[in-house]
Design a protein around this ligand. Structure first.
Ligand code: HEM
Length: 434
């Protein structure tokens, strides 16, 4: 595999850098951490801002200042490992992904400079105001239809299935131009991707996921080929137009056909799972705090602030990764080249120096948008505007149509075991029926 391959060869678990403190007992896959990472992350941060976690072979970085330093120095802290499986791949999964035609290339989050900047010129266009505006109308229409179905079926409802899963997936698939009749099939392929790169699936699960990834890559390639022959008003066609105009990346400006295929493959996953989690997390934060929910119902313009405070307080992404390209020092700890870093957003988003009373959820907080949940710097989340729009719109609709909405009491939430993405597998809601 080359350094531009989408999913790199299986990682080896690295040793602790000399002199780096260690939390030998902690793993981000521990049940208690998955259930509620915040008190644990804060305690770890307060004891050692930078420490080594042996189970994963990563150095964990917990303070906002250090995480921002990492994001702002991509020459020292590369992003090439962000899509890699954390644990070595089992042979069967590796063989499936070794198929001759499984050849997506790194294009966005895991592509180094200068190519990343070259490609981002094109990918940015997919999130232009014109496209977001067009999507907002579609989003409102689809959200209204999904909500109508949920209300018609009656209280109680399971929100992930009713709206939080279908809505973000459909939005990103329409952005790319995938036909609606393929939605169910595509969603089934994307479902377990987070286990592959961010979890610890068994060998049999890895093989299943790998088969889904291969099918999905083949689907993306066929879809791009269909648009090559016949364009439409979608982001994929826009990328192909750009490719036709400047097909040769070696001149420093063009975008190759394989890169177009790989952008379609990458964005269709990046674009929905964390939004599903965000839609759920907004309700987990707001509904039990009745005064804040009632304030939103009275003034829906508070929805945008509620979304950012949710991204800070209960983020749908609690970590991200980097790897050092050269020896460096971070938080007073010397790190050799090749050190894998786990940037712990859960700890940084609850840092008392940055956010007063950090463990209180407050939609009136004036600096909530200083959270790090979308990253920072050259790889700052391309879909941040879209994610915020979807979550705001869902909150506006729900608060206006179901002001009596609440979480079904005493439900036990479960969270898919992985180190990065965090939202409940199911969320049961109830409301007063007229
Ligand atoms: C709540 C929802 C979301 C969260 C929390 C989130 C978070 C992130 C984070 C942490 C990064 C990495 C930043 C870095 O490495 O510095 C990222 C990158 C990215 N995100 Fe998102 N994201 C969300 C939604 C979306 C959506 C809706 C899309 C697209 C439809 C999207 C597309 C991307 C892309 C393409 C990148 C790579 C950008 C680059 O490398 O230039 N994300 N996101």
């Amino acid at each position: 595999m080359t350094s531009n391959t989408y999913h790199q060869a299986p990682a080896t678990v690295a040793a602790a850098p000399p002199g780096c403190p260690m939390h030998a007992q902690w793993s981000p896959l521990d049940d208690d951490y998955l259930a509620d990472p915040y008190p644990i992350a804060s305690a770890l941060r307060d004891e050692h801002p930078v420490f080594y976690a042996p189970e994963m072979g990563h150095v964990v970085v917990t303070r906002m200042e250090d995480i921002e330093h990492v994001f702002m120095h991509p020459d020292v802290f590369a992003s090439t490992n962000v899509q890699d499986p954390i644990f070595p791949l089992a042979p069967e999964a590796a063989a499936i992904l070794g198929a001759d035609d499984f050849d997506p290339v790194a294009v966005m989050s895991n592509r180094p400079e200068p190519d990343h900047a070259r490609i981002r010129v094109y990918t940015r266009r997919g999130f232009s105001n014109r496209r977001l505006k067009a999507l907002e109308d579609y989003m409102r229409e689809r959200a209204t239809i999904l909500l109508d179905h949920m209300i018609d079926a009656g209280s109680p409802a399971e929100y992930v299935q009713a709206l939080a899963f279908p809505l973000p997936a459909e939005i990103v698939f329409r952005l790319l131009g995938f036909p609606p009749e393929d939605d169910a099939m595509i969603k089934s392929w994307c479902g377990n991707r987070k286990a592959f790169s961010w979890g610890k699936p068994s060998a049999a699960e890895q093989a299943d996921i790998a088969r889904g990834m291969l099918d999905y890559w083949r689907y993306c390639r066929d879809f791009v080929a269909s648009r090559r022959d016949e364009r439409a008003d979608d982001f994929t066609s826009e990328l192909l137009d750009a490719h036709d105009a400047d097909p040769d990346p070696s001149n420093g400006t063009g975008i190759s056909y394989r890169e177009v295929e790989s952008v379609v493959y990458g964005i269709s996953f990046a674009g929905h799972d964390p939004v599903t989690a965000l839609l759920c997390n907004t309700l987990r934060c707001l509904l039990p705090r009745r005064d804040q929910w009632d304030a939103l119902c009275a003034d829906p313009s508070l929805a945008a602030a509620a979304v950012d405070e949710t991204l800070r307080y209960e983020s749908s992404q609690v970590s991200w990764r980097r790897i050092t390209t050269q020896p460096t020092t971070l938080g007073g700890i010397d790190l050799p080249a090749g050190t894998r870093l786990l940037l712990n957003f859960a700890a940084a988003n609850h840092e008392p120096d940055m956010f007063g009373d950090p463990d209180t959820f407050d939609i009136h907080r004036d600096n909530a948008n200083r959270h790090i949940s979308f990253g920072k710097g050259i790889h700052f989340c391309l879909g941040a505007g879209l994610a915020r729009m979807e979550a705001r719109l869902a909150l506006e609709l729900l608060s206006q149509r179901l002001p009596s909405l609440q979480l079904v009491p005493d439900q036990t939430l479960s969270f898919f075991p992985n180190i990065t993405f965090r939202g409940p597998d199911q969320l049961h809601l109830e409301w007063d029926e007229a």
